[in-house]
Design a protein around this ligand. Structure first.
Ligand code: ADP
Length: 178
């Protein structure tokens, strides 16, 4: 697990990786937070591709993921996934968040993306408690790594110190259980 996982600070829009993951909303038409930052950096080609996807398949349901090109980003592709809005924890949020991570990883594996960078899905505007979100992310990644060779590396990109610490703690825990 440790060699395939990298926990880092940074701005995901600047990373030169095979794919970055976007914490999108189900319209796929852009929003605030990391979604807004990705669209600003990628330029109009990404929005045009998202509009086409939204028109042809009606956006992206919560827990699902879709792939697009990356416009002007240094990454090669963007995996858009929709995490759940936190509504107190009794509305299936944990399973939906795990699905968002798993379906993004599955698309990365299908496309044989070697390195994929993830933001902390749902923990910003969508209000998911960060410690629980970190635990779900790390558990889902550990399970996925046991069954798949791709992605070879997952980068967990943190915008704040708290998320960084929570990921560190959780990765030590999941190493003990592997
Ligand atoms: P959601 O709506 O899924 O909660 P947000 O975009 O509001 O998504 O936040 C998800 C996480 O992404 C938060 O931890 C936020 O701090 C972080 N974030 C925002 N901008 C960036 C960026 N440019 N690079 C990496 N992470 C970012």
């Amino acid at each position: 697990m440790q060699q395939r996982l990298r926990i880092m600070h940074g701005d995901i829009t600047r990373l030169q990786v095979d794919a970055i993951v976007n914490a999108a909303n189900s319209s796929l038409l852009g929003g605030g937070g990391v979604d807004g930052a990705i669209h600003r950096a990628a330029g109009p080609a990404l929005l045009a591709e998202c509009r086409r996807l939204a028109a042809s398949q009606g956006g992206c349901a919560t827990g699902e993921a879709v792939v697009t090109g990356a416009g002007n980003l240094p990454a090669r592709a963007v995996i858009h996934t929709v995490g759940p809005v936190w509504r107190g924890g009794e509305q299936g949020e944990a399973e939906l968040l795990a699905s968002a991570w798993r379906n993004s990883l599955r698309l990365a594996a299908e496309h044989r993306f070697a390195t994929v960078a993830f933001p902390a899905i749902s923990t910003g505007i969508y209000g998911y408690p960060k410690a629980e979100a970190a635990a779900i992310a790390l558990r889902t990644i550990a399970a996925f790594f046991q069954q798949h060779d791709y992605p070879q590396q997952v980068w967990l990109v943190c915008f704040d110190q708290q998320m960084y610490r929570l990921y560190q703690q959780q990765s030590e825990l999941s190493d003990n259980t592997l």
